[in-house]
Design a protein around this ligand. Sequence first.
Ligand code: CDP
Ligand code: CDP
Length: 230
Amino acid sequence: STHPINIAIDGPAGAGKSTVARHVASRLHYIYVDTGAMYRAVTCIALDRGMSPDDEAGVGQLAQTLDLVLLPGEDGQKVLVDGIDVAARIRSHEVNRNVSRVSAIGAVRTRMADLQRRMAQAKGVVMDGRDIGTHVLPDAELKIFLTASPRERALRRYRELGDGAGATLDQLERDIAERDRMDRERDIAPLIQAPDARLIDSTGRSIEDIVDEIVDGGLAAARTISAGET
Ligand code: CDP
Ligand code: CDP
């Protein structure tokens, strides 16, 4: 019997993080934590309350006091705000357009990272996001930085939405590129590969292939390293 470890999966939008993380978690009987859903939930509630994403003080205060709970489950994850599941509402175009501005607010990030670290305390967690390997769980035993070409990431979103759901492939590619730019250029915990993360380019590769590489290759290496350290 092996000790559970924590696995951090970071990368740009549409790289396949959540799909891959969910499969890795299910193979290992670990818990999957989607940190993007938390930033999306804060954004969703801020918009509900008519706040501007540029109102740093107001949105920061909201994030600090919000009753936010992530409940991992068999048929997807529940995102509870004041006990009400908002998971179905956090993938909207409105949230997509505003989430990177909300995520740049320091007080928002501090609260989210605090909640995320608590969820990972008992280990056996696969957590995906932008700053998991660099800031939230710098001691995670296995870190993956997952990427794919911008065109392929846009194409995946296009297919996921069912022929774009009104948006063209070019529009989706521009939206993704803009969100990535904001995530990479923000001052606090920007999107960047951790020096000790394993880079995986998923362009042209199947989900199963990536999951195998992480579970069979990455995990074995991580276990050897942690065993050697003790
Ligand atoms: O699934 P997708 O790649 O479209 O995005 P997501 O993982 O749901 O994250 C949505 C947004 O939340 C990102 O574009 C970031 O602005 C923010 N985010 C973050 O700042 N830090 C994280 N650890 C996770 C998400
Ligand atoms: O979480 P992130 O934004 O990084 O990506 P995702 O939501 O997991 O993946 C976006 C879409 O790409 C999903 O519809 C996946 O099924 C698909 N995908 C793929 O076609 N091939 C991969 N190797 C990974 C994901």
